[in-house]
Design a protein. Structure first.
Length: 593
């Protein structure tokens, strides 16, 4: 019907055979044919019945040739079967004229019927679209009313709490220093070229090599020199892992590279079985090795593997008793967002307490760190809109901003992004863009990238969302989701937040590897997996904050059981001592360690 109407607009009627043929034409071919006939009708504007003969003429012949041959052609006589139109009346002319009149009336009738059918169908389409539009507007009005009510309730949280707490933290100055060299925000160099990858891995190698050589207390030999040291013992090398394989006898075959050459490391099975050597060497991590060079000079039989792990130390403490809380994966906008529990936590921060312990902690709570996924986002995964109560990502951020505005101003809030936030998915991620941050109309909120290291009241604190956890759990036998510190320890061992390139965690090849941990941090704060975890490893406090999102369908399918609405809180004056670690658990504050 659409094809017929396009030709009717030119006063061209299609024969049934031609109509069937044209249905197999593509849109471009139809447009070209209509344009050609339209040009012809500037010279002969007679009503045309496009049959097979004239279809071929318009398709095969040049336009100028058609105009020359048919500009004076009488299509009416052609339709009635007459071969020639004569100037003088002949016998039977009245009958011919009557027949022509009948044919013209028939054509006009067909044209009228087709147009009426088209108009009727168009009216039906318009009516259906109008119904859909009205329904959409009604839903939009309901949606806007729900949103307005939600916002109104949020803005009343603070005023609904009647508290006589003496806010000790209010009289303590916030001390926050962002280490700019740890944050990619405003400094991205990635263009996706081969040169980017070369510079990225070279930077990783050179920086981690320093820590490995420092631990070994000597310089590593260049790999190109090893072939000259056949049979020598106690040879020390450093390289980035390019391949890992297992020999038939169970030994590990590890290929490493430096900036000039490559070398094979052989880790004997018996030394792996006794724990002398690790069984969890990952692609793209940087390691040191000490061992005996083979007789051929092409490999080293390894006696010891050296990693750039942090040196052991006592956990840092300060004299002033203040508290720091840790959040992540709030997921505002998701239908599974636990808004009642989150509102309860905000009320707690405003002094809605039930006992002396809660009053003491909230009165001295000075900092909140948020390690990504403030909102659920839009378009993060296929079909996500079905899981959202708020499908506008800006409104999602507006809502979380309103929640944070209800928190007392003397509490400083540090925010870094995650994979659900409105930044690039590849790590390192820059801080949230200005169009988002301007929604947070508070001076006590600091925005940083992912990852980023800050000094918070004397504690070098690394915020990292934790997307690499999805890769590490599948690569390291001892790492598991249920106990997040089993994953976090592996990051500290390697001084790398995402060791392997090309996994589930996308990495942007910046000229500097921002995923290298080159400071001896005091606190490592992560999130992402929605499961709380806490521990201390080599003096580094490891906190994996949980979530404020109920178990999702995806997590059910994966067998992941989140620990929602549990907020870790640390007493910075007693880190590592009894009573230093607490958890706010759905409205109840308890000491855990």
């Amino acid at each position: 019907m659409e094809i017929i109407n396009k030709f009717l607009d030119l006063e061209v009627l299609l024969s049934p055979t031609v109509y069937e043929k044209l249905k197999n034409f593509n849109e471009s071919e139809i447009s070209n044919l209509i344009e050609k006939i339209g040009e012809f009708k500037k010279y002969n504007d007679a009503f045309i019945l496009l049959d097979e003969k004239f279809l071929e003429i318009f398709l095969q012949k040049d336009l100028n040739e058609i105009i020359y041959e048919y500009k004076d052609f009488d299509f009416i006589f052609y339709y009635t079967g007459e071969e020639e139109k004569v100037e003088e009346p002949e016998e039977g002319e009245e009958e011919i004229e009557e027949k022509i009149k009948e044919e013209v009336e028939k054509i006009e009738f067909i044209k009228k019927e087709q147009k009426e059918q088209f108009i009727k169908k168009s009216d039906e389409d318009v009516e259906e679209k109008l119904k859909q539009l009205i329904s959409k507007e009604e839903k939009k009005e309901d949606f806007n009313a729900e949103r307005a009510k939600r916002y109104e309730n949020i803005t009343k949280i603070r005023e609904s709490v009647s508290s006589r707490i003496k806010w000790i933290a209010k009289d303590i100055d916030a001390i926050i220093e962002i280490y700019d060299d740890s944050d990619v925000s405003g400094k991205s160099t990635c263009t996706g070229t081969i040169e980017d990858f070369v510079k990225y891995f070279r930077d990783r190698f050179e920086r981690l090599k320093i820590f490995i050589e420092r631990k070994a207390q000597r310089k590593g030999y260049p790999l190109k020199d090893i072939k000259k040291m056949k049979g020598q013992k106690d040879i020390f090398v450093v390289g980035i892992v390019s391949d890992v394989d297992t020999a038939r006898n169970g030994s590990l075959i590890v290929r490493i590279e430096d900036t000039e050459d490559e070398l094979t490391l052989i880790l004997p099975k018996e030394k792996i079985d006794t724990g002398q050597l690790p069984d969890d060497i990952l692609l793209d991590e940087v390691i040191g090795a000490i061992g005996v060079v083979s007789k051929s000079g092409s490999s080293i039989y390894v006696d010891e593997i050296i990693r750039p792990v942090f040196p052991p130390k006592e956990p840092r403490r300060i004299d002033e008793e203040i508290y720091m809380a840790f959040l992540s994966d709030i997921h505002v906008g998701s239908k599974e967002f636990l808004h009642k529990e989150f509102e309860k936590f905000v009320r707690f921060l405003n002094g809605d307490v039930d006992n002396e312990l809660e009053e003491k902690v909230v009165s001295r709570l000075k900092y909140i760190c948020i390690a990504g996924d403030l909102v659920d986002g839009v378009g993060v995964y296929p079909g996500q809109e079905e899981d959202l109560y708020e499908i506008d990502v800006i409104e999602q951020y507006k809502e979380i901003a309103m929640y944070l505005e209800q928190i007392p101003e003397h509490i400083s809030i540090i925010i870094s992004p995650g994979n659900h936030d409105a930044v690039r998915p590849a790590e390192p991620q820059p801080k949230l863009p200005d169009k988002i941050t301007k929604l947070f109309n508070r001076d006590n909120i600091y925005f940083v990238g992912n990852p980023c290291v800050l000094n918070i009241h004397g504690f070098d604190t690394l915020l990292y969302h934790g997307r690499s956890f999805d890769d590490l759990v599948g690569q390291i036998r001892t790492a598991n989701y249920e106990n997040p510190v089993t994953i976090m320890r592996e990051l500290i061992k390697r001084r790398l937040l995402c060791p392997t390139y090309g996994g589930r965690c996308p990495i942007a090849p910046e000229h500097k590897d921002y995923l290298v941990i080159d400071r001896d941090i005091d606190i490592l704060h992560t999130g992402h997996i929605h499961i709380n975890g806490y521990g201390i490893y080599r003096g580094v406090v490891m906190v994996n904050s949980g979530t404020f999102q109920e178990q999702t369908d995806f997590q059910k399918r994966m067998g992941i059981s989140p620990t929602p609405a549990i907020v870790p809180i640390i007493n910075l004056a007693k880190v590592g001592e009894k009573g230093h670690y607490l958890e706010w658990d759905r409205g109840v504050l308890e000491v855990r360690y």
